[in-house]
Ligand binder design. Structure first.
Ligand SMILES: Cc1cc2nc3c(=O)[nH]c(=O)nc-3n(C[C@H](O)[C@H](O)[C@H](O)COP(=O)(O)OP(=O)(O)OC[C@H]3O[C@@H](n4cnc5c(N)ncnc54)[C@H](O)[C@@H]3O)c2cc1C
Length: 460
């Protein structure tokens, strides 16, 4: 699995858990001073404050530092650990890496030596008129330019019993510790939700050899990433590997369980009950934007930004899972909650914050999963457009599937199952935004020929 991600994202530190797996160090944080402006902000340099120390925030902070060596850069992170990558949490669950392997930067003094002031604290509110952010504990940080990179948080359905012991999200390192302590070999585990994040957790839980049941309310697995054909092929694959997958099924309640081990009983809407030692809730996420209300920024599902990652306030930028940014495929605005988008957003925001104009082309909706050895991928506008055309090849027996979506003679989206050799080519064809000419008909006749089409297009 690690090798697969390396191939997919290249060797970038942000994107490759293998690259961070050898990290051994912790970074120090600077405690805010009581009741005043934080240290290092009064020396006359342009003050850049970044809220959120995930991939988007770290990318933004480092971009600013590089582009303006004289600026003051303050990075505020709300979790107790040094800045880390959630994307690496599954590898902590499987034991492939330790917690330190998730840290985004390896060196103990990385932030100090980059002259980035790292503060562990939560921002409670923003005073846009005074250009200041209020931290928990009463301190404040003044800014000339502000980047909001606060990510997202998991959301749970409105059912009873979610607060009992043994029920956890899988979003933070703290969640990971709790899951590791309960997900022993043979333990009965229920995973609520088979979306993109749910399927990543599924893979890690299966590697821990638990007795796993997945409950998904929609009619297929990864319903926002795969159509019915591909989602149900994935379900069949998981069932063949010994994972029980219940689609079109809802959890209605969690009750105290009767067993010594199985302390939870999961009630389903079909009347069935499943005993569980651990329930993992992966039923979606929402952008962390509530605390920005005082700033009066334009928001939708996230903070709405233009193609410079600038919000409706010219001094405030947003990036990553909390930002509703330009969508390459639709030309509209979307929250694309994946790490490569967060890193790109952070970089574009950082450049514009120091006055180096950089335009964002828009994020391509792209998700790739390795589920118990079956690779599935969706790209761009995989649901197609009105008056568009599509071509598909289904080989259910061998778990291979390919579907291409066209608008005129442009490739705009794709779905695939069972192929690992194509990610760059399909992404390239979609992002080139160029007509395929004679290759459109060839791909309609055989969608698997996309690599030849890519090579042909590259030579034009
Ligand atoms: C288990 C798991 C697996 C994943 N796997 C993949 C994958 O394979 N590929 C992929 O592309 N993506 C994956 N993701 C999604 C990816 O992790 C996110 O898209 C990415 O972390 C977004 O980065 P971000 O910087 O926007 O937000 P985050 O990484 O969420 O960082 C935001 C930071 O802001 C902090 N913060 C929030 N509010 C405040 C506040 N008020 N004050 C101060 N700090 C605050 C948070 O504590 C956090 O540290 C996965 C996520 C999970 C949970």
């Amino acid at each position: 699995m690690i090798g697969f991600f390396k191939k997919l994202f290249g060797g970038g530190e942000d994107r490759d858990p293998a690259a961070v797996a050898v990290a051994k160090t912790k970074s120090e944080s600077v405690a805010p001073r009581a009741g005043g402006e934080i240290a290092g902000q009064n020396d006359g340099a342009t003050r850049h404050v970044i809220i959120g120390a995930g991939p988007a925030g770290v990318s933004g902070a480092e971009t600013i530092r590089k582009a303006d060596p004289s600026a003051s850069v303050t990075l505020i992170g709300g979790e107790p650990e040094p800045p880390y990558s959630r994307m690496a949490i599954p590898y902590v669950l499987t034991g492939l890496i330790g917690e330190e392997g998730t840290y985004l930067r390896k060196d103990d003094d990385h932030y100090d030596s980059a002259a980035i002031t790292y503060i562990q604290s939560r921002v409670e509110s923003i005073d846009a008129a005074a250009r200041s952010v209020q931290l928990s504990g009463g301190d404040s940080a003044n800014y000339d330019k502000l980047l909001i990179a606060t990510g997202a948080s998991p959301v749970a359905p409105p059912i009873d019993g979610l607060n009992q012991p043994g029920v956890h999200h899988c979003w933070t390192l703290d969640d990971a510790r709790k899951i590791v302590s309960l997900a022993d070999e043979g333990a009965n585990v229920v995973l609520m939700g088979a979306g993109f994040i749910g399927c990543i957790i599924l893979e890690a839980l299966a590697e821990r050899k638990v007795n796993l049941t997945v409950v998904e309310a929609e009619d297929r697995m990864v319903p926002r990433m795969m159509n019915e054909t591909a989602g149900n092929m994935l379900k069949q694959w998981c069932e063949n590997k010994g994972v029980s997958v219940l689609t079109s099924t809802r959890v209605t309640k969690l009750e105290a369980g009767a067993g010594d081990q199985d302390t939870i009983t999961v009630d389903l809407d079909n009347g069935a009950q499943i005993p569980a030692h651990l329930v993992v809730v992966a039923t979606g996420v929402a952008s962390n934007i509530g605390f920005t209300e005082s700033a009066g920024l334009k928001t939708g599902t996230g903070i709405v930004v233009d193609n410079e990652m600038r919000s409706s306030d010219p001094n405030v930028f947003a990036a990553g899972d909390c930002a509703e940014g330009p969508d390459f495929s639709t030309g509209g605005w979307q929250v694309h909650a994946i790490q490569p988008t967060a890193v790109d957003h952070g970089r574009i925001a950082g450049l514009n914050m120091v006055g180096q104009a950089a335009k964002y082309k828009g994020s391509l909706n792209m998700n790739v999963l390795d589920t118990l050895g079956l690779i599935s991928a969706s790209f761009g506008n995989w649901e197609g457009v009105t008056d568009g055309e599509s071509a598909e090849v289904v080989d259910a027996e061998n778990f291979r599937y390919m579907r291409l979506e066209f608008d005129g003679d442009k490739l705009i989206g794709a779905l695939s199952l069972g192929r690992t050799d194509h990610v760059g080519a399909i992404r390239g064809l979609i992002q080139s935004d160029q007509g395929l000419g004679v290759w459109k008909d060839r791909l309609m006749a055989d969608p698997h020929r996309f690599m030849e089409a890519y090579v042909a297009r590259s030579q034009m």
